[in-house]
Write a protein that binds this ligand. Sequence first.
Ligand SMILES: C[S@@+](CC[C@H](N)C(=O)[O-])C[C@H]1O[C@@H](n2cnc3c(N)ncnc32)[C@H](O)[C@@H]1O
Length: 221
Amino acid sequence: MVNVFDIEVQARPDVFKQKEQENSVLQEKEEIEKNETIYDRTSFMTTFSTDAYLEDFYTKVEDPAMQMVLKFLPLIACRIGSIDRLLDFGAGPTIHVAATFRDYAKELHLADYLPQNREELIAWKENRSRFDWSTPLKMILTQEGSAWEQLQEMITRTRNKVHGIYHCDCFQNPSVDCPSHLHGTFDVIVTIFCVEYCCNSYEEYKNAIKNIAGQIKSGVQ
Ligand SMILES: C[S@@+](CC[C@H](N)C(=O)[O-])C[C@H]1O[C@@H](n2cnc3c(N)ncnc32)[C@H](O)[C@@H]1O
């Protein structure tokens, strides 16, 4: 039996070639997706590579989701305005949220679940990190309408405002292992690409958000 596609191919060999190419691209894509590691809470501890994460997502910042975050964060920070205390919950090894809020928050606090990420954050705070944050930070400066010459000042100011780096776990209450006098005192909590990675169900997600929101200063909306 000759189907429509066969007839088309007999009449148009170039179409056949094109279809073949499309199929092989599709197959290649499926193969890549099959081999890709999807991080979840069980694989995090053992497989999350801090260096690879920074290299993959924060060197050139080609990932559209990361680009979107870096574009919108400065606008959100500007809309929120001056605050006392900010917590980046599940910051990973990243400091771009802290840098974005450097001029708005009196204190910046960072928390992450993984020891290797907290070690990187401590290294950055102590000016020992080998990772170059120039590209994402320049993107933030651009969004702010600030000159790139301010990069070093931005870094220094952010470093000076980072008051603490803690372990956090969105399934625990309290969700952050900060000094007890800080519990429930954060004016703003930012959490990006974190809770959705850790939760396996909507119920878990709601519970995680509840635990994280428990750290918000009462009366803050
Ligand atoms: C994809 S990274 C996101 C890092 C950073 N916020 C960013 O935007 O690049 C997800 C982070 O969630 C953290 N994480 C994993 N399990 C967690 C848990 N139970 N509670 C809080 N954070 C967790 C990991 O340590 C990791 O740093």
